[in-house]
Design a binder for this molecule. Sequence first.
Ligand code: ADP
Ligand code: MG
Length: 313
Amino acid sequence: MTDPEYAIEAIGLEKVYRASGKLPEMRALKGIDLKIKRGSMFGLLGPNGAGKSTFINILAGLVTKTSGTAKIWGLDIDKHPRSSRAAIGVVNQEITMDPFFTPLQALELQAGYYGVPKAERRSMEILTAVGLDDKKDAYVRQLSGGMKRRLMVAKALVHNPPVLILDEPTAGVDVELRRSLWAYVRELHANGTTIILTTHYLEEAEELCDEIAIISHGEVLAQEPTPQLLSRLDQRLLKITPREPLSAIPESLAQLNAELSDDGVLNITFRSSETGIGRLLERVREAGISVADLATEQPNLEDVFVAMTTETA
Ligand code: ADP
Ligand code: MG
């Protein structure tokens, strides 16, 4: 088949987890529409509980959807359960692996599971790529957390899928490993693999992804190329510590979105696309305030969600 325009296409995807034991019924996905272009490096960004893993697990065949449709590499997951899943490699959020196999055995088993003929297997090549070649014969239980994570990435790649999905791959991973993992993922992407990753860190999605969808409470709030999304989220906070404590915000600054905090810091919220820090500082000085210290803050994910939800409300 010819390469599809979209690596993933979900329409109206819903998931209701039935109540069980003490857990009430949970509408984890409330009609997800998401198209992820072939060749993209796509970030699915949302806070804990947003539904990211549910979405991924439906694609992976680990969770049964309640309604809606999904296509992987142009193949409907209901009509073509096997071939659609052969098009993705999924690295799950939880580390799961059999402690009694060596990395090499684990990869060979996985390749067998996907029906990759012996002659076409690349187990050693993949182990080398993720930096585990010297651990090929170690028992998995002897590997560090970071090594296990890398082995999971390796396992997801044995059948050479055109789409690699990573569900919160940096959770519990140290900085060093994070860097090498991303370097490898970038390399895969450069060689044509479509990459989808979930994260609750805006910075991570911002740094890695060319397109980002924001998901919250089972709904997609936005899907845009990263630069566009960021420019819409250009709210900044300028924190000014005056040399002399202020009793009130000066009259001349009344038009600014300024607040005086209990600890005497003047907080000015502004849009970086509209005002520069230089111009703001000028106005502060013109108001007779002598600046002892200043800092700026970018919005965190919570602010982003608030901005998005109030915009659509
Ligand atoms: P995320 O990956 O974005 O953190 P999840 O998809 O794991 O979100 O969870 C979405 C919601 O569904 C959460 O409220 C979570 O508690 C609930 N949930 C996830 N898995 C199950 C399950 N197996 N049974 C019941 N509720 C679940
Ligand atoms: Mg999750």
